[in-house]
Design a protein around this ligand. Structure first.
Ligand code: NAP
Length: 263
């Protein structure tokens, strides 16, 4: 069975991190395409508001779960499939950004970042890949970031977690192919969401959550491995990181204003 992009008739869509930002916008977009979309996050109230506020094509259903609880994630997937049918498409989007300052780093912030972004995604994969492989069909898209391409100041936890997710998706892309399951990775540039509120970086070519959702939904209908946008930003960044480290890291240091001496 050759992996293929799933359609609403293949099952329900599950979007983690669906209570705000990119996840909420994507859930609305997929529902508009006729999908029944189950959204998960910790904030049950926010999920219910989004689900209740949706009108038009498709349905949005709230199912709260904390992804740092692997048993809770397994139970959630079991409950979603029992109530609504097989998960055809999973977009593993939940993630957090915590700024790490090298002058005063917090081990707790490193750990929190890895717990949500990496272990949380792994918990979802452990619940999903056995089910999808057994069914010989399915589609999983993991939300990484353009930060995964190379080093960025203050992102030593976030960037490391997002680079690991690209590798995780690439390994699974190879493995899941023979089970008919499509695996993709999503590497957005800057998207205007609550996650960006505390981020003091320059944010060139930032797009709205709705534009991000449109790009992701279009990429999900294709079979390509990487869904990246806005391409004028992410391709330029890839080109910079293709340079020798001495040049690329120096260029990023200058562009982000980290070339000034510390006070
Ligand atoms: N915004 C950007 O510029 C940008 C760029 C590249 C990649 N991304 C990635 O895109 C994804 C979505 O980001 P966003 O900007 O839309 O951020 P956001 O608005 O802050 O949304 C993050 C989502 O993750 C959920 N979440 C956080 N911790 C969780 C946990 N322990 N268990 C379950 N859900 C949890 C949050 O809900 P609760 O707090 O209710 O749990 C929320 O729904 C993230 O993976 C992010 O790294 C964002």
């Amino acid at each position: 069975m050759t992996p293929r992009a799933m359609k609403p008739s293949d099952g329900v869509a599950w979007v983690t991190g669906g209570s705000s930002g990119i996840g909420a916008a994507l859930a609305k977009r997929l529902a508009g395409q006729g999908w029944t979309v189950v959204i998960s996050a910790r904030s049950a109230d926010k999920l219910e508001t989004i689900a209740a506020g949706h009108s038009g094509k498709g349905h949005i259903i709230a199912h709260a779960v904390d992804l740092t609880d692997a048993k809770g994630v397994e139970d959630a997937v079991k409950a979603i499939e029992a109530a609504h049918g097989p998960i055809g498409l999973a977009v593993l989007n939940a993630g957090i950004y915590l700024s790490i300052n090298a002058e005063n780093p917090s081990f707790e912030d490193y750990k929190k970042t890895f717990d949500v972004n990496l272990s949380g995604t792994a918990a979802c994969l452990c619940a999903l890949t056995p089910r999808m492989s057994a069914r010989r069909t399915g589609q999983i898209a993991i939300v990484s970031s353009a930060t995964s391409f190379g080093g960025m100041p203050t992102s030593s936890a976030y960037g490391a977690s997002k680079a690991a997710l690209v590798n995780m998706a690439a390994c699974l892309r190879i493995e899941l192919h023979r089970y008919g399951v499509l695996c993709q990775v999503i590497t957005p540039g800057f998207v205007e969401t609550p996650a960006q509120d505390d981020n003091a970086f320059p944010k060139p070519f930032m797009v709205s959550a709705e534009t991000a959702a449109k790009r992701i939904a279009s990429g999900l209908r294709s079979k390509r491995f990487e869904i990246t946008f806005p391409r004028r930003f992410t391709w330029a960044l890839k080109a910079i990181y293709a340079l020798p480290y001495g040049w690329s890291l120096g260029l990023v240091r200058k562009q982000t204003g980290w070339d000034k001496p510390a006070n």
